[in-house]
Design a protein around this ligand. Structure first.
Ligand SMILES: [Zn+2]
Length: 310
């Protein structure tokens, strides 16, 4: 049944792993807004493999601020998938109850609020009343003209946007070399606080990584603009620890149509494969095949080794 899946990776190569410094802690950070898929499997295996190579501990961080999309079924899927695939983690919740009691992002709202106040006091944010629909229809993507209207930040139902500089930021690659790049135009003045009062992904992710003393981040290539945005935000917040994090961006598994794999109950969801009798080794082997490697792959160590070799 797996033969109907045809995929490729989004970029030609993963970088060769060499001369890596030691790291203290990395994280795997799935979002419980859908069922995990083979793209997540690749990311988890690379995270675990890189942690093993660098001596880093692994934190399980679950981002649950998008309360409208998060549900217990998706939360349980995270634990079921990690356990089924025998992906280890050293810190973080072991089940839904422990997650809700101790690790939910809702517990860290006071930290996010401190960051909001800091940006407000420094005059680095402006209010935006645009709706997503409006921005889409007007082709504004992720920017708007609200800055010119000087609307009160204290009003209800406004986004807060960061006044971005357009300057290059310095990102530390996992191997220690520095990459300098500027935020893409589509991310200018990105949102840091949403209309519902919760932080955006960019702000929450940055604050959480600093809070948990993360110094190694593994994420997909699609999050490179977010990496740049978070560096610009870290400068605005004077969160210098963030600039010491080493970043590893890996290629994404793509559908034949060129689309990213989506979180659904479809044929690439680990849950679907598990429920249809596939073993962990089947799932690792299928993920390796999507990387273009036709080789039996028993576990995450072997998948990580394949990914690092490409
Ligand atoms: Zn606006």
């Amino acid at each position: 049944m797996l033969c109907f899946l045809y995929f490729g990776v989004s970029t030609a190569v993963l970088k060769v792993i060499s001369n890596i410094t030691n790291y203290h802690k990395t994280r795997i950070a799935p979002t419980p807004s859908g069922f995990l898929h083979l793209g997540n499997v690749l990311s988890f295996a690379i995270s675990a493999g890189l942690a093993q190579k660098t001596g880093a501990k692994i934190l399980l961080r679950i981002d649950d601020l998008d309360q409208l999309r998060v549900n217990d079924e998706y939360l349980q899927d995270i634990f079921d998938t990690l356990n089924f695939l025998q992906i280890p983690w050293d810190e973080g919740p072991r089940d839904i109850k422990e997650f809700k009691d101790k690790y939910s992002q809702l517990h860290r709202m006071p930290l996010y609020n401190v960051a909001f106040k800091q940006l407000y006091d420094a005059g680095l944010v402006f209010a935006c009343t645009c709706s997503r629909k409006q921005m889409r229809e007007e082709g504004l993507v992720n920017s708007c003209t609200c800055f010119e209207h000087n609307q009160p930040l204290t009003a209800q139902n406004v986004n807060w946007r960061l006044l971005t500089t357009g300057d290059d930021v310095a990102v530390k690659n996992y191997d220690g070399h520095i990459i300098r790049a500027a935020l893409p135009a589509s991310m200018h003045n990105f949102i840091i606080k949403k209309k519902d009062g919760f932080p955006s992904y960019q702000l929450a992710s940055l604050i959480d990584d600093v809070f948990y003393e993360i110094d190694l981040v593994v994420r997909g290539d699609d999050l490179w603009p977010s990496t740049l945005a978070q560096h610009e935000l870290a400068l605005a917040l004077k969160q210098s620890a963030f600039h010491h994090i080493g970043f590893f961006h890996h290629p994404l598994l793509m559908e034949q149509s060129g689309q990213k794999l989506s979180k659904s109950a479809g044929a690439t969801s680990v849950r679907y494969l598990r429920q249809h009798g596939h073993t962990a080794a089947d799932i690792y082997t299928l993920t390796a095949r999507m990387l273009g490697i036709n080789q039996h792959t028993e576990n995450w160590q072997q998948l990580a080794a394949i990914a690092f070799r490409l």
